[in-house]
Design a protein around this ligand. Structure first.
Ligand SMILES: [Zn+2]
Length: 270
């Protein structure tokens, strides 16, 4: 049985989506097409999950815009040679972070099966905690180590973890999982599962980032990078699969979080 659409939440979502999308472009957090995509997703979240869907996206989106705006210049300097894209997030990045959760919300909407609400929160917890961890971690002056062997790693490269990044990840996951709980969508167990699955997905993201994700080396300056070109030349693939970039890994990690949340919610017969 599909859940009824709360039209008021959809109208509010349209207004909020317009305001947020414009601010995100002005603040340089999103490119214009990415802002439109995020606005459409926000409205769809309200269709599927009423004010809960709207609030969970808005609060996480607001946090990521604020975190992204803090220290933007320093972050840009530190990541521009490492990543394909530094600065404003693109359509693919918005979809990778938000689509797995939206799919879970859609299944909840069409089936009314509560475990999918936990899965949606888990997927969002993963997407936003991963960006928060990266955004905060790259600014911190603490040590960055590999998630695989804890050996020092260049700050900003995928697969690296830092204390500041882990704190940001945990807070972001807890916020994402808390919103539906505040709206009475699930109880303490649902909150625990969603936050835990979000963190698990985030760790999976780091492990994939350190193993399967494409890493290149520049033959001119010798730098390890996630970019396909450096110093005006093509870089060489030294690890992982060329098709598996950071966005793909993010999308897969969101699905892992959703499935882990779904499985745990199902096992305890949530
Ligand atoms: Zn180079």
């Amino acid at each position: 049985m599909p859940v009824a659409v709360d039209m008021l939440s959809v109208y509010v979502a349209l207004g909020v989506a317009a305001a947020l999308s414009v601010s995100a472009v002005i603040l340089g957090a999103l490119t214009a097409p990415a802002a439109v995509t995020a606005g459409v997703m926000l409205t769809a979240a309200a269709v599927f999950w009423s004010f809960t869907g709207l609030t969970i996206y808005v609060s996480l989106f607001a946090i990521s815009v604020i975190v992204g705006a803090i220290g933007r210049k320093k972050r840009k300097e530190r990541t521009e040679r490492l990543h394909k894209r530094a600065g404003a997030r693109t359509v693919v990045q918005v979809l990778a972070n938000g689509l797995p959760a939206l799919l879970m919300m859609a299944v909840w909407f069409f089936t009314g099966y509560g475990a999918f609400k936990v899965a949606a929160a888990a997927a969002l917890a993963e997407g936003f905690s991963d960006s928060a961890a990266g955004d905060v971690g790259v600014l911190s002056n603490g040590k960055t180590v590999s998630v695989l062997n804890f050996k020092p790693l260049k700050r900003g490269l995928s697969g690296g973890i830092s204390v500041a990044g882990c704190v940001a990840m945990t807070i972001a996951s807890a916020v994402a999982a808390a919103v539906p709980a505040i709206f009475g969508e699930y109880a303490a167990a649902g909150f625990g599962i969603a936050a835990g699955a979000g963190i698990l997905g985030c760790m999976a993201d780091s492990v994939m980032g350190a193993t399967l994700q494409a890493l290149y080396r520049c033959s001119e300056c010798g730098a390890e990078t996630e970019r396909r070109e450096c110093c005006g030349k093509k870089t060489e693939l030294i690890r992982g699969f060329s098709r598996l970039d950071n966005d793909a890994v993010n999308g897969i990690a969101g699905c892992i979080a959703a499935l882990a949340g779904l499985a745990a919610a199902f096992i305890i017969k949530y």
